[in-house]
Every structure is written in structure tokens, then in C-alpha cells.
Design a protein around this ligand. Structure first.
Ligand code: DAH
Length: 330
């Protein structure tokens, strides 16, 4: 039986081990055979041989289990080595990404305004009512607050509904002249083909001494901008209302889908509204303690521009993270 100890020592695979285990311990194995022969022995001898056999059995079982643990460990290590994946390895198939259409639209706009001498400012997404409403000439209970469906937070704060509060924050910190744009995310309770609860705006503000900033300056900059983005379009300023500007205007471009002839997108009007603007309301200057100044401001929705520019029919698809959409913008 001792040669089985050597056989166990020399095992090199789990498969061999299993075969040997059956050979020794199986129903028809060597041990079973030896035990079955006990009955042919005398009582004394039976006792002695049985004891011996049991000791051998224990010993071989111990050796076998020890060997099994060793082989299992060895085979696991070998397998891990063989199946290892180098995640840093370049597979030659990876695709390069593309800028999200909203961000390439922001980039385009930012490029334009920087070339015109504007600086870029940012403000917090979680705002106070004072900056989002009060200081922008939207007192509590003013009906114009209803123009926007606000996400109010617990502690009296809110998610900004427009980038206009950045105007106030900058004017509080700086003296005129000011010439800024502020791109960023804004939030409203809205969800349909052309609205998502989070979207982006670019705010513009220019302030200088009284008489130095006029409506024609505003008109010039916006016309230049819209032609920079949309090429040869017609542009019109329509009288409108915003609490923070007086006079106020909404700006339309001739429909880029039908060249102004009237189609489904422009609702047969031939025009597409693209932004709001006006001369800064004196109440806004008062809220920040500015005196003897004049200024203009404008605000536009990036998604609106991007949908028109890239001709995306459903705004919601822009934020679903579907690669099939993004792949079209490479
Ligand atoms: N804040 C306005 C909105 O969200 C857009 C806007 C209009 C901004 C006119 C302005 C402005 O600065 O002068 O609808």
C-alpha cells in the first residue's frame, strides 16, 4: 500500500487525482477489496489487520486532500495567468468620442463672443430667490414669475431657472464697464418635444457709463452672432416684455427649413424665435447700486439653437446618452 503514498506525491493534475482516488477509495477500489478479505481471517488477525487498514486509509485520505488543495491552487493560478486580460491594451477597435452637440454649440457661441471682447462668467446652479427673481425686477407675487416653473429646494433656495442671476452676481462684485457672457445649465419643470427639465442658456450683459451703450449696439452684436451661426438669414426684432429689460425684444430669424416661406417647423410664419434681449431695466441697476450707467442684456437657449442648427427634431434624444445620436456629430 505504501507505493500509493508515492503515487499521490507524484500527481500533477486534479484529473489524475480523481482517478487515483477512485482506484483507492472507490466501491471496487483497493481498500474495499482489502476490507472484504478481512472475513477470511481469524479473529485476532482480523482485529490487527483492520486496525492497520484503517490507519492506512486515514493516512492516504489525508495525503490526498492535502494534494488536492495544492493542485486546486496551482490550477487556479495557471488559469488566471492564461485568462488574464490587460485592460490597458489597445484593441485597435476603440472609437474616438465626439463633443456633445450642446457643448459644441456652446463652444461656437463662446468663440464668437470672445472674439468680440466679451469675458466668460459663471454662477451657481443652486440660486437664491434674490438673484434669480428679486434683483431681476421680479418681486414676489409678480405675475412674470409664472413664466417659469421653478424647482424650489427646501431651504428657500432653488435651481436657477435662467442664467440672468449671473448678471446680478457680477455687477455686485465689479464696477462697469462690464462685457460678459455666461453659459450654463438652467432648470424648469418642463418635458416635451422641445423642453427638458435641464437645459442650457447663454446670458449676455454689457454695461458702461450712461449713454455709452445703445440699442443699436445690442442689435449689431446679435445680428453678427446669428449670421455667424446660421449664415445668411433674415433677422427681426419684435417688441416684447422681460422684467429685467426695458424696452425688451424677442429676436427671430427667417426659418432655415423653408427660407421663410412657411412650414411646419415655423408654424407657417416663416420666422423662428431664437432669443430675448433688451436694455437693462433701471430697477436692476438699482438693485446692485449702479448709478448713471446704461446697458443691454440678452439671453438665449442653447438647445433651441442646437436643434435648429443640427436639425434635431426631439430635444429629449439629446440627453438620453444614446451613442447612435452622438455618432452623428463626429
Ligand atoms: N432670462 C430670459 C429667459 O430665461 C432670457 C432673457 C431675455 C435674458 C432677455 C436676458 C434678456 O438677459 O435681456 O427667458
Amino acid at each position: 500500500m505504501l507505493n500509493y503514498e508515492d503515487k499521490i506525491k507524484n500527481l500533477s493534475t486534479l484529473k489524475e487525482l480523481e482517478e487515483l482516488r477512485v482506484e483507492i477509495f472507490g466501491k471496487k477500489g483497493v481498500l474495499a477489496e482489502k476490507f472484504s478479505k478481512l472475513k477470511t481471517l481469524s479473529k485476532e488477525e482480523k482485529k490487527r489487520v483492520a486496525k492497520e487498514l484503517n490507519e492506512i486509509k486515514e493516512r492516504l485520505l489525508f495525503l490526498l486532500n492535502e494534494k488536492r488543495a495544492f493542485l486546486e491552487d496551482k490550477e487556479l493560478k495557471e488559469r488566471m495567468k492564461k485568462e488574464a486580460i490587460d485592460v490597458t491594451l489597445f484593441d485597435g477597435k476603440s472609437e474616438s468620442g465626439a463633443l456633445h452637440p450642446i457643448f459644441s454649440m456652446i463652444d461656437k457661441a463662446v468663440d464668437f463672443f470672445i472674439s468680440m471682447g466679451f469675458s466668460i462668467e459663471e454662477g451657481p446652479l443652486i440660486e437664491e430667490e434674490f438673484y434669480n427673481f428679486e434683483a431681476l425686477n421680479l418681486p414676489k407675487y409678480h405675475p412674470a414669475r409664472e413664466m417659469q416653473d421653478t424647482f424650489f429646494l427646501k431651504d428657500g433656495k432653488l435651481l436657477r431657472t435662467q442664467t440672468s442671476p449671473v448678471q446680478i452676481r457680477v455687477m455686485q462684485k465689479q464696477k462697469p464697464p462690464i462685457k460678459l457672457i455666461s453659459p450654463g445649465a438652467v432648470f424648469r419643470r418642463d418635458y416635451d418635444l422641445t423642453h427638458t427639465p435641464m437645459f442650457h442658456q447663454i446670458e449676455g450683459l454689457v454695461v458702461d457709463k450712461e449713454g455709452k451703450v445703445s440699442f443699436s449696439n445690442l442689435k449689431y452684436i446679435l445680428e453678427e452672432f446669428l449670421r455667424y451661426i446660421f449664415g445668411d438669414v433674415k433677422i427681426r426684432f419684435r417688441p416684447s416684455f422681460f422684467p429685467f429689460t426695458e424696452p425688451s425684444a424677442e429676436v427671430d430669424i427667417s426659418c432655415i427649413f423653408c427660407n421663410g416661406e412657411g412650414c411646419r417647423v415655423c408654424k407657417k410664419t416663416g420666422w423662428l424665435e431664437v432669443l430675448g434681449a433688451g436694455m437693462v431695466d433701471p430697477n436692476v441697476f438699482e438693485a446692485v447700486g449702479y448709478k448713471n450707467v446704461s446697458g443691454y442684456a440678452f439671453g438665449m437657449g442653447i438647445e433651441r439653437l442646437a436643434m435648429l442648427y443640427y436639425r434635431v427634431p426631439d430635444l429629449r434624444t439629446m440627453f438620453e446618452g444614446d451613442l447612435r445620436l452622438l455618432e452623428q456629430f463626429k
